[in-house]
Design a protein around this ligand. Structure first.
Ligand SMILES: Cc1ncc(COP(=O)(O)O)c(C=O)c1O
Length: 337
């Protein structure tokens, strides 16, 4: 089953993204075989999984007749950068509401540099939590409506039932690719933040009839906070496509063991994973999302899974983040020399 015709999807990415075996890494680590699903290669503005949720969200925005999209996030957000790129691709205006703690300078690097290059209108909000950005987006939407525009709000991270629908295709690609490779998938492992990707992967498992184990490694929220969000979103997304979904709580597998000191703060294990993957596989990861989650995937492969089993690490993107951590990454290399 694919998404029903009444779900509009904007064409933003190049699919399927490749599935590659990490042979040199696996033989070095032992444990389960590791594979990588290259969603960093979705094709839009440095890529990333968020291209998929933006496909269904922009599909909805265009169907609603919107001429402007508004979204929000931290200045490190890949979802925000890809929203700006998608708006350019589809000829819509875009406003990005970004959290900037009072007066803090915003270095022009990584995703923030790209937000400027992509020509987005930037609105900074001096708030403590990301949740407080939602009212700021509502304010921008009211102003735009008063000026005669037709704004469409995309929640932070794309977290919404419509956004989750975008990941059904990823699971369908993986089912086909694992058949082609002649392997069974014992787990999909990836960085989980707002819960949008994880909700979509769980939904994709239901839609494709292959309930593959989905293990989200959080990069900011605790298990207690993230799990109910995902349960809620999967069920709401399923209703949108007429699927009667009931998900047992234990199917929402979330681990918060790999966050380190906090969101966007590099961890030792994450930095070591970045170096290891770069040097054994030529694969680039970032300190905020994929470095930490790859550290978790490797740990699970060795300690919780057995040789002969297959773990697919979903490279959710975030490549521009590499350039925001130049000092720490160069330092790690110097230590190794
Ligand atoms: C590279 C990357 N990986 C993973 C995530 C987490 O995705 P989600 O917010 O859908 O849980 C994000 C979120 O922005 C991301 O940018």
């Amino acid at each position: 089953m694919t998404l029903p015709d009444h779900v509009p999807v904007a064409a933003l990415g190049e699919y399927p993204t490749p599935l590659q075996e990490l042979k040199r890494l696996s033989s070095r680590l032992g444990g389960a075989r590791l594979w990588v699903k290259r969603d960093d290669l979705t094709g839009l503005a440095f890529g990333g999984s968020k291209t998929r949720s933006l496909g269904t969200l922009f599909g909805r925005a265009l169907a609603d007749g919107a001429d402007t999209v508004i979204t929000c996030g931290p200045t490190t957000s890949n979802h925000v950068r890809l929203t700006a790129a998608a708006a350019s691709r589809l000829g819509l205006n875009v406003v990005l509401v970004l959290r900037r703690p009072s007066g803090a300078p915003v270095p022009l690097q990584g995703n923030m540099l790209l937000n400027h290059v992509l020509g987005a209108r930037l609105v900074y909000a001096d708030v403590d939590s990301l949740a407080e950005l939602e009212p700021a987006m509502e304010r921008v939407a009211r102003e735009l409506k008063d000026q005669g525009a037709k704004p469409f709000i995309i929640p932070g991270g794309g977290y919404s039932p419509v956004g989750a629908l975008g990941y059904v295709g990823l699971v369908q690609e993986l089912v086909q690719q694992s058949e082609d490779a002649g392997i069974g998938i014992d787990a999909m492992v990836f960085a989980s933040g707002s819960g949008c990707i994880q909700s979509g992967l769980l939904l994709g498992g239901m839609v494709s009839g292959a309930r593959l184990p989905v293990i989200g490694l959080t990069i900011n929220r605790s298990v207690a906070e993230l799990r109910p969000r995902i349960l809620h979103d999967v069920e709401a997304a399923a209703r949108l496509i007429g699927l009667d979904a009931t998900l047992a709580e234990e199917e929402v597998r979330v681990l918060d063991d790999y966050i380190g000191a906090g969101y966007a703060i590099p961890s030792d294990a994450g930095m070591a994973a970045i170096d290891l993957l770069a040097r054994t596989e030529g694969l680039l990861l970032d300190p905020c999302y994929t470095g930490k989650s790859m550290a978790g995937a490797m740990d699970l492969a060795v300690r919780h899974f057995k040789p002969g089993q297959n773990i697919v690490f979903i490279h959710t993107g975030g490549t521009p983040g590499v350039f925001s951590y130049a000092e720490q990454l160069a330092g790690a290399r110097a230590d190794d020399a």
